[in-house]
Design a protein around this ligand. Structure first.
Ligand code: UDP
Ligand code: MG
Length: 315
């Protein structure tokens, strides 16, 4: 176990501002870990360029090769964080015994990596990096992210609270993960399904070292919708509950209509009629959109499209 080869997988999308700093820190850390016997001699850092439009790839190819422990994987276009990460993990699986995935922006404390490796040597297959506090995130990021976790759990998607995609996975766990063939990837929901011996490492969330977040609210929302619809059928159940409530409401209206007819004041009703038309119409649309989300999922899964294409692999 001592000379287990570690691959640190870093997805990068337009990260030219932060990458030099990231690389300096990760390289120093990896050298230290190899010296301390925590990672094997052949360990490396794998940057996955997710179709960046800036100089990210130039930087990566500058770091790669030679005596550096750096490799670069260039995807043919932008496929999103989850797919880019998966590309890196599947590539690393070819020769690494264990992988750690981490964002390029150094928001996750890299000093948690040695601790993760200690747990790996202690027999863990999956180690989650969990944020202790979020003071350094903006109020907006913090509350939306918190709401995101709450929402996901409420919807029945098991995920580790305050854990993003900073995690260690052994080759065995990766092999298992690769058997999940779905195209709509939500790794945070998938990994807990794998089982195996797992543990957590706590760290303080730092500030993004440079550049801006590549996850605006719109991306976060679609991430949440993806997460829910690929893991839970609860929204389908909610349509049923809604239907029952509607039935009860219409029963009450029926009673009201009969009573007012008996009292001889039949013509009023216009306002309530209009109201119910719009109300029911709106609800029907919501329900349809939920169903559409699932049909869309069937549509994308059924195509079995490749998740990414590799343009170049520098090692
Ligand atoms: N990322 C990516 N492809 C994308 C968007 C983001 O590979 O389409 C990478 C990005 O370079 C970073 C990680 O995913 O390494 C997380 O993104 P970011 O830090 O912007 O998200 P946040 O921490 O703000 O949620
Ligand atoms: Mg970040």
């Amino acid at each position: 176990m001592d000379n287990a080869i570690l691959a640190i997988v870093v997805p990068c999308y337009n990260e030219e501002e932060v990458l030099p700093q990231t690389n300096a820190q990760l390289t120093a850390l990896l050298d230290g870990m190899i010296k301390d016997g925590l990672a094997g001699e052949g360990s490396y850092i794998l940057y996955v360029n997710d179709g960046s439009r800036d100089h990210t790839w130039d930087l990566i190819s500058g770091f790669a090769g030679g005596a550096n422990r750096v490799r670069g994987l260039k995807l043919a276009g932008n496929v999103g964080h989850q797919n880019a990460l998966m590309a890196g993990l599947e590539t690393a699986r070819q020769d690494a015994d264990v992988t750690v995935s981490i964002d390029a922006d150094l928001q996750d404390d890299i000093n948690a990596i040695p601790e993760m490796m200690r747990k790996y040597h202690g027999g863990c297959d999956i180690v989650y990096g969990v944020r202790r506090k979020r003071d350094t995130d903006s109020f907006f990021k913090r509350t939306t992210a918190q709401a995101f976790y709450k929402f996901m759990n409420g919807m029945g998607v098991k995920s580790v609270y305050n854990h993003a995609d900073f995690r260690l996975m052994s080759r065995r766990a990766l092999d298992a993960l690769c058997q999940y063939e779905e195209r709509n990837l939500f790794l945070r929901g998938l990994v807990p399904l794998l089982g195996y011996k797992t543990d957590k490492v706590y760290y303080d969330r730092l500030e993004r070292q440079a550049g801006v977040s590549k996850y605006p609210l719109s991306k976060m929302l679609s991430f949440a919708i993806d997460g829910v619809t690929s893991f839970s059928v609860k929204p389908l159940r909610m349509i049923f509950d809604l239907g029952v409530i509607f039935l009860l409401i219409s029963l009450a209206i029926l009673v009201y209509v009969i009573v007012s007819l008996a009292e001889g004041k039949g013509v009023q009703g216009w306002a309530s009629l209009m109201l119910s038309i719009w109300f029911v119409g709106g609800c029907v649309l919501i329900c349809l959109s939920i169903i559409a989300a699932y049909i869309g999922r069937i549509y994308t899964e059924d195509k079995h499209r490749p998740r990414y294409h590799i343009e170049q692999y520098l090692k």
